[in-house]
Design a protein around this ligand. Structure first.
Ligand SMILES: Cc1cc2nc3c(=O)[nH]c(=O)nc-3n(C[C@H](O)[C@H](O)[C@H](O)COP(=O)(O)OP(=O)(O)OC[C@H]3O[C@@H](n4cnc5c(N)ncnc54)[C@H](O)[C@@H]3O)c2cc1C
Ligand code: FES
Length: 477
């Protein structure tokens, strides 16, 4: 199902690339990151083109909850401990500036995108210590923070940490307005980068510099981002006839929920899991049961899900793609905070393209601090290896004819391992369940009717069509 943002906004379709072209800068991906980077370059008088595999805003940006905040979960205590106060300050200052820039752009361009200032809260129902520590860390970094027990949530909390002067908006109304001034080619997937050439199905783009803003980079080497990130998926339900909560909320407990209003709607999010690890499904139903308890009388108007890239040391990768490719830049690893991170990316990458130093080296992809990330790297590697070598989940004595309508799974059929989905009319769709990225074993996601990869988070629909990077090819049918 579509997000409320996608239902609401039609962005005029752009032409696909149909011939070879030359440009100073080519940006791959027209989500919030790619479009904002293009916007910053244009404002600096630097010409660029944007190549988009699908439509503007069709990726994660169309499915976000669009909170604009530097309250990125419980983060600053950890950043100070692992990277020191100076780097933590770079992180918070970059994101603070990003919020101001949203307000400035919206005013300067006269954009009607429901941008409004509001407070952001992290809350816990189970304990106080984590948020108390985060409060202390925030104070060290000069963040105006407050610990409170007051909230508009429909349940008791132990404590909440409030940051003022944060914001929320309608992401696609904003994206539509700023993309209007940019040269974007839609339905133009970049299949490979060869030196300064970007190879698409319908033409080659020759560019002096290249920006990869494809959410998860689709180039495996150099860069090796698949070794330093995995993806996590979570679920959102939009309600009407639900209360105004007057703030953006995020629960830090294991089953914590996220809330924000948008006009008359209330968005409730949760159910996060590593992509490719939801074989039992039921994530929307779990959310619905909590909604029934907390907001009786509300009606569901939409539900959708999205995923984001989780970097192993908890800091996005924004800057030069790899040390061996000085003319390629990347913006990724936004760990579910892509609104401010996209704005930070636009500042960083436009400065680097102009030949200036990295304004916030904490985000540099070349930073690698192994001790801060070793634990997550070990976990990611174990999962990736497990995915690569996983035996096939064989439904005992199951034959295709016995799969109930509306269900999917992996079966052995005629000696072949096959992913099968049977739709409500009994029509069968079969695909290879080896991920087209690096061959991991895909898992069926019954909530989204998709084949999801536990290694790096590529997803495919039940026809085998690619939904999410880093894979670039569809599945074999
Ligand atoms: C449930 C959920 C809620 C979230 N809520 C928030 C929030 O409240 N606040 C916040 O700050 N962040 C939030 N995020 C994170 C945020 O939505 C993302 O980080 C952000 O939208 C990512 O933007 P992007 O431009 O990097 O990626 P995308 O929007 O996915 O854009 C990448 C684009 O690249 C294109 N592309 C991919 N491969 C190619 C190729 N080979 N050639 C050409 N084009 C290609 C894709 O089609 C896509 O359009 C949330 C994430 C999730 C999962
Ligand atoms: S996403 Fe990397 S193997 Fe599937």
């Amino acid at each position: 199902m579509e997000s409320i943002w996608k239902k609401d906004v039609q962005i005029a379709e752009r032409e696909s690339l149909s011939s070879n072209i030359k440009t100073d800068i080519a940006i791959i991906g027209a989500g919030m990151a790619g479009i904002l980077i293009g916007y910053f370059l244009k404002k600096s008088g630097i010409s660029c083109v944007i190549l988009e595999a699908d439509r503007i805003g069709s990726g994660q940006t169309g499915n976000t909850t669009a909170k604009i905040t530097f309250q990125h979960g419980v983060i600053y205590d950890r950043l100070i401990q692992k990277f020191g106060e100076e780097k933590a300050l770079q992180y918070v200052n970059a994101n603070k500036k990003a919020i101001d820039k949203y307000f400035r752009i919206v005013t300067e361009e006269g954009i009607d995108c429901m941008l409004e200032e509001c407070d952001a809260y992290l809350y816990s129902r189970n304990g106080m210590k984590q948020l108390e520590d985060e409060f202390t860390a925030a104070q060290k970094l000069g963040v105006q923070a407050e610990l409170t027990k007051d909230s508009n949530l429909p349940f008791d909390i132990s404590i909440a940490l409030k940051y003022s002067k944060q914001a929320q908006f309608h992401p696609l109304k904003f994206l539509k307005a700023i993309s209007e001034q940019l040269e974007v080619y839609e339905n133009t997937k970049v299949k490979a980068i060869e030196g300064k050439k970007l190879i698409t199905e319908n033409g080659v783009v020759l560019a002096e510099k290249i920006v990869i803003a494809t959410h998860f980079p689709f180039i495996n080497a150099p860069g090796y981002y698949f070794l330093r990130m995995h993806q996590e998926r979570s679920y959102v339900i939009a309600l009407e006839n639900a209360p105004q909560l007057n703030g953006m909320y995020r629960g830090i407990d294991e089953d914590g929920l996220s809330f924000r209003n948008s006009g008359n709607y209330l968005l409730v999010g949760g159910g996060g899991h590593r992509t490719g690890e939801n074989s039992s499904g039921g994530k929307y139903d779990l959310l619905r049961s909590r909604i029934k308890e907390y907001f009786p009388g509300s009606n569901e108007v939409a539900h959708w899900s999205a995923q984001d890239c989780m970097p192993i040391d908890g800091i996005p990768y924004i800057g030069q793609f790899s040390s061996s490719s000085p003319d390629i830049f990347v913006a990724t690893g936004f760990q579910k905070w892509g609104m401010t991170s996209s704005m930070v990316s636009a500042e960083v990458i436009s400065e680097l393209i102009k030949g200036n130093p990295h304004p916030y080296p904490v985000f540099s992809p070349q930073r690698f601090n192994l001790s801060a990330s070793a634990e997550q790297l070990a976990e990611d590697t174990i999962k990736a290896v497990k995915g690569l070598s996983a035996g096939i989940f064989k439904i005992p004595d199951e034959e295709i004819s016995q799969i109930p309508c509306g269900h999917g799974g992996i079966v052995e059929y005629d000696g072949e391992k096959v992913g099968i989905y049977k739709n409500e009319e009994g029509k069968i769709f079969t695909v290879s369940t080896r991920c087209s990225h690096l061959g991991c074993q895909l898992e069926w996601n019954p909530d989204e009717l998709s084949w999801d990869c536990p290694c790096h988070g590529s997803r495919f629909d039940y026809h085998g069509k690619l939904l999410n990077n880093p894979a670039i090819e569809d599945l074999k049918r």
